[in-house]
Design a protein around this ligand. Structure first.
Ligand code: ZN
Length: 290
């Protein structure tokens, strides 16, 4: 994993060195009503059966619930690696809800470097007290990034001719992530402090008003478009694709970028971005001014 985080123990300010670029926006936080959709409850049931967790499915009214949205993918580029043409891109997952997206591993992650274990989503109230928790996913050690990831965080796809067109070249890839606060969605974010910053820590998650962003150069930020014909395609990125995480709205999780793929005289693919899904503020990506 390329995010390198140094923590000065005498000072809570985190010094971030990374490939990250600033994400800037003036999006107002999405103040959706804190209603967990019925489809969410239903999918949680199946998640529980899978994970063997016990839950009443009754979320207290005091619980502040997150909402995940995908930042428009950026920095699309075709890179030839080992005779494969890979479409690389950066991806950001924003928490536009009023509550933290917080996951606790069933056991301390410590220095373990193998295996999987349950990921428990915790909902906090306005005073930061945990008022609900439920096993929703798994932590999995990710050897390429050398840290712990959470399962089923995003789905990356290439589709033909429309955002819901046919999947091209088997490119429907579910990805795992270490989730942390990486950049603010909005300069006036309600959560001023970075709460989640450690892929080996006691908690992972995304604070309200923050984005976890993965650079296009990171392993896993690619789809294989080897041999794909010239034409119009859509890179489609969806957060929480299995609706296993508790959030207020499962219907705003997708962002896409359209592009034309052409080939030069040598047959090498070139892509030309032609559009993207509707967005506001920081969800549109990076400000060109910073
Ligand atoms: Zn990682």
């Amino acid at each position: 994993m390329i995010k390198t985080i140094k923590i000065n123990s005498m000072n809570p300010i985190l010094i971030i060195t990374a490939l990250s670029m600033c994400l800037v926006g003036c999006t107002k936080l999405d103040q959706r009503p804190q209603v967990v959709e019925l489809e969410n409850a239903a999918s949680k049931e199946s998640a529980n059966q899978r994970a063997g967790a016990v839950s009443s499915l009754v979320i207290p009214a005091a619980a502040l619930i997150p909402d995940l949205q995908t930042v428009i993918p950026q920095h699309l580029q075709v890179v030839n690696e080992h005779q494969h043409d890979l479409l690389r891109f950066s991806n950001g997952i924003a928490n536009t809800g009023v509550g933290a997206l917080q996951f606790k591993p069933e056991f301390p992650l410590g220095d373990n470097t193998v295996g999987t274990q349950n990921a428990v989503q915790q909902l906090l109230d306005a005073s930061g007290i945990i008022v609900f928790e439920e096993t929703v996913s798994e932590f999995e050690y990710h050897p390429e990034h050398h840290h712990w990831h959470i399962e089923a965080v995003a789905l990356f796809e290439v589709r033909k001719d429309s955002p819901t067109g046919s999947v091209v070249g088997g490119n429907s890839i579910k990805t795992t992530f270490c989730l942390i606060d990486w950049i603010k969605l909005n300069d006036n974010s309600n959560s001023k402090e970075r709460m989640y910053f450690d892929c080996f820590g006691e908690l992972q998650g995304i604070s309200p008003g923050w984005v976890d962003q993965y650079n296009q150069a990171v392993e896993g930020q690619e789809l294989d478009i080897t041999g794909v014909a010239e034409g119009t395609y859509y890179l489609v990125s969806t957060a929480n694709p299995e609706h296993t995480f508790i959030e207020t709205n499962n219907n705003n999780n997708t962002a896409w970028v359209s592009f034309d793929l052409k080939r030069d005289k040598q047959g090498h693919p070139k892509i030309f971005v032609t559009g993207h899904s509707s967005c506001t503020g920081g969800l549109c990506g990076y400000s060109p001014n910073r």
